[in-house]
Design a protein around this ligand. Structure first.
Ligand code: BES
Ligand code: ZN
Length: 835
């Protein structure tokens, strides 16, 4: 019985007790930007559903004076004072104990508190910007997954949805933003009070508050929703591209989900210090500068695409996530996987010439990579402590999640999928849902066994490799769990198989439940005896499994690639599967190199980019595992890539497309990394002109990164001019994307002494903590030992200064290349000279 509760029982629990639930928060915050502190008060209207002497809610790193806490049962005219207020830091909860059992029904809990504007990019934090040459602080919130409790005491779980009425007390000259529009501003000398409209019911992790000095651009959607993009003062023109994308996206999603955008306005803002890429706060989406701003002269095509995809992703959450919210973090993947998938759908509508669905395969590849480890996890995971939530914002939730949604959508068909989805959104609007609820809606809408199919993908980790053999006109399929270690897991899936033979006009489609099965496909395989016979499973790579063909089928596919019979997605798939099988020791490196040679006339950006990624990975492993073969391999790769580079050149042809711009950068960067002399010399020549004149047409943004990387190949400890020049560019630009390009190239140097110096630069005040990852990512092959050594020496400092994903990156980057070579097929490391 609740009256016999003791405070002890609330400790160490995964979730808050449900006997009291918030209905409405009246929240006031008064940040002191100069002192990096804030004061606040909150009045929470509650519903008490079971007798209790306790109220238990979340709070962390806040000063709550027991005297500032009271509970007023509705209509009682009384305020009950607690006998004890206990803060339990390890559980991030506040246990408020009263002398008497609280009356059932409504009541208002008031709490006064104080906190610090931290510099960790979560909770209520400060970000630093420059205004007229002067450094200033802005106050920003980042609450997902569980940091609203660092700003105000609250029921900080996604299922405790409530209404928010927010009021801010801020310096008069600042702009104060929150989820809802301002209803009133009262200026009182140096400070002003800003009142915001009450929100619809929403989860705490989506609440947002921002205070600083900004400019904005503004427009209205065709339905009249006001959209603004806020930037630093003087940079609002860089917000125009994102604004255009947002206007179109809001209209598209309104139609796709068949529900209007639920709020009266949408603000999007670039924050100079930001932990992730962007955050979908309801009506006030926050972004890293690189994910929102686009500069016509100095941003690259890749930057443009990033902005479009990130905006679409965050706006998708306004419905999928914000209007319909996951019931618990176990279903985070539903938010993230879905938003990732649907952002491609939007980008494809607006920019069909970008072929984003082919580019999407890079998402699947990243998901495949992580999910091939024995230490992976299912898409749906139990979450028993807040600390565990951060870990699941990973490639499994995002990329495998998006890939299995794509698999389901292509299995069910676009129309049925969309209709069922709209029904799901309508059913769970202003409420919470679980993975099961989505499957139920899709099962209802399609009549297909969606639950059975999808459980095998979301409740167990890993994925299958389907081995294909052709025997007596029958197709023999066998599924086994794919692991990059080369061992075989025990998983089994319901695999949506699609296949086509000799052409795309006849396709076969069925579910493969068993471990091993023969399929009689005589109808489909009329062309079996033809010379150019081929068979391809997982047509257009819409499903999340790998395929291993027997030798005969593999060589026929290679021929189909050489003779340009396969779609770009299928060319990608054959290559990527072969590569993965080779790295797991299931096939020989030689057969992979043979296959790569079949791509000599490749025309599609994503496919060629994958050839390049794979080639560079092989070179990186070779450098460690068989350095004596590295020269031969590099020559092979350079010979392969050079003709593409010659065709493309350094200068954009007039009117050429987006994908050529992407390809040029990728190709030249790869050649520079491989030490290709002609590329390096040309890069240096162009760079020197650029150094004198940043507006020169000789070094457009799409090839700048390539030039920087090339330049770094010429740097060594006794001649650091190139490195110094790059630092000069870094210091003189005020565009984040340019800074990131420089950071990404600094550690790409053959001399370990210079790599070390670059790594030390990360820790200088000149590099924002959010940007360390870019330099780390650029650590060149061969320098990982140096990086590992450096990490160990600086670990104490790093551990203190970085947290969350920003911290894990340090370990990932420095450790993974060294640890991944151990399973290479030992006999496969010799590069035959005949290639
Ligand atoms: N909800 C996330 C932001 C987030 C990430 C919050 C990690 C807390 C922890 C947001 O919707 C998101 O997914 N952002 C991505 C960008 C997106 C385009 C994939 C990101 O930050 O990388
Ligand atoms: Zn997201």
């Amino acid at each position: 019985m609740a009256a016999e509760q003791s405070a002890e029982q609330f400790r160490g629990q995964a979730r808050l007790p449900g006997f009291a639930a918030p209905r409405r928060y009246d929240l006031r915050l008064a940040p002191d930007l100069a002192a990096c502190a804030f004061a606040g008060s909150v009045a929470v209207d509650l519903h008490v559903a079971a007798p209790t002497r306790f109220l238990v809610l979340n709070a962390a790193e806040l000063d709550v004076a027991p005297g500032g806490v009271g509970f007023a049962p509705a209509g009682s005219g009384q305020v009950l004072q607690p006998v004890e207020v206990t803060n339990v830091p390890e559980d991030e909860i506040l246990i408020i104990c009263f002398n008497e059992v609280l009356p059932l029904g409504e009541g208002t809990l008031t709490i006064e508190f104080q906190g610090t504007l931290n510099d960790k990019m979560h909770g209520f934090y400060r970000s630093v910007y420059e205004l007229n040459g002067e450094k200033k602080n802005m106050a920003v919130t980042q609450f997902e997954p569980a940091d609203a409790r660092r700003c105000f005491p609250c029921w900080d779980e996604p299922a405790f949805k409530a209404v928010f009425k927010i009021t801010l007390e801020v310096p008069s000259e600042t702009v104060a933003l929150s989820n809802m529009p301002v209803t009133e501003e009262k200026v009182n000398g140096p400070t002003k009070t800003v009142y915001f409209q009450e929100s619809p019911i929403m989860s705490t992790y989506l609440v947002a508050v921002i205070v600083g000095i900004f400019d904005y651009v503004e427009d209205f959607t065709t339905d009249g929703t006001r959209v603004r993009v806020y930037t630093q003062v003087g940079k609002s023109a860089q917000g125009k591209f994102a604004l255009e994308v947002a206007l179109k996206t809001l209209v598209l999603f309104k139609e796709y989900f068949a529900v209007p955008y639920p709020l009266p306005k949408m603000d999007m803002i670039a924050i100079p210090d930001f932990a992730s890429g962007a955050m979908e706060n309801y009506g006030l989406v926050t972004y890293r500068e690189t994910a929102l701003l686009f500069d016509e002269k100095h941003s690259a095509a890749a930057n443009k695409q990033r902005v479009a995809v990130v905006v679409a992703h965050e706006l998708a959450h306004q419905w999928f996530g914000n209007l319909v919210t996951m019931e618990w973090w176990t279903h985070l993947w539903l938010n993230e996987g879905f938003a990732t998938w649907v952002s491609y759908l939007a980008a494809d509508q607006f920019f069909p010439e970008w072929n984003v669905w082919t580019q999407f395969l890079e998402e699947s590849t990243t998901g495949f990579k992580l999910d091939a480890l024995a230490g992976s996890h299912p898409i749906e995971v139990d979450i028993n402590h807040v600390d565990e939530i951060d870990e699941i914002f990973d490639a499994i939730s995002y990329r495998k999640g998006a890939s299995v949604i794509r698999m389901l959508q292509s299995y069910l068909g676009a129309e049925v999928f969309q209709k069922s989805l709209a029904a799901y959104i309508k059913r769970f609007a202003y409420s919470n849902a679980k993975t099961e609820d989505l499957w139920a809606a899709l099962e209802e809408g399609s009549g297909e066994p969606v639950r059975t199919l999808m459980h095998s993908w979301t409740k167990q980790q890993g994925y299958p490799v389907v081995s294909v053999k052709l025997k007596d006109g029958k197709l023999q399929l066998e599924q086994t769990q794919f692991l990059s270690s080369g061992s075989t897991g025990v998983g089994q899936w319901v695999v949506p198989i699609t296949l086509c033979c000799c052409s795309y006009s006849h396709q076969e489609k069925f579910l493969f439940h068993g471990k091993q099965e023969d399929f009689d496909l005589s109808g489909l395989m009329e062309c079996q005896n033809k010379e150019n016979f081929w068979i391809k499973l997982n047509v257009n790579q819409t499903s999340f499994y790998r395929v291993s063909y027997d030798e005969e089928l593999a060589s026929r596919l290679r021929y189909a690639i050489e003779t340009n019979k396969l779609s770009a997605a299928d060319r990608y798939g054959v290559l990527d599967d072969t590569y993965a099988l080779c790295m797991a020791g299931k096939q020989k490196l030689v057969s992979l190199l043979h296959l790569i040679a079949a791509y000599k006339d490749e025309t599609e950006y994503t496919v060629l980019a994958q050839v390049i990624t794979i080639s560079l990975n092989i070179a990186e492993m070779m450098a460690v595992a068989a350095p004596e073969e590295l020269g031969n391999l590099k020559k092979f790769l350079i010979d392969f890539l050079e003709p593409f580079a010659q065709k493309l050149g350094w200068d954009a042809k007039s009117g050429e497309g987006h994908l050529n711009a992407l390809l040029r950068g990728t190709l030249l960067t790869a050649l520079a990394e491989l030490g290709h002399e002609a590329t390096i010399n040309e890069a240096v020549r162009r760079f020197n002109v650029f150094l004198e004149d940043r507006e020169t047409p000789l070094l457009p943004p799409d090839v700048r990164k390539a030039a920087y990387v090339a330049l770094m190949q010429t740097v060594n400890k006794s001649n650091k001019t190139g490195y110094e020049s790059l630092l000069k560019i870094y210091r003189e630009t005020d565009l984040s994307q340019e800074k990131v390009r420089v950071l990404g190239s600094l550690a790409s140097c053959p001399d370990p002494v210079v790599v070390r110096e670059a790594l030390d630069f990360i820790l200088s005040p000149e590099v924002r903590n959010q940007d360390a990852i870019f330099l780390l990512r650029g650590v060149c092959s061969g320098a990982h030992e140096v990086a590992w050594q450096w990490l160990k020496e600086n670990w104490d400092y790093i551990l203190g200064a970085y947290s969350g994903t920003l911290l894990t990156y340090f370990v990932n980057i420095t450790v993974s290349p060294v640890s991944s070579i151990t399973h290479l097929h030992p006999t496969s490391l010799v590069i035959p000279h005949s290639l």
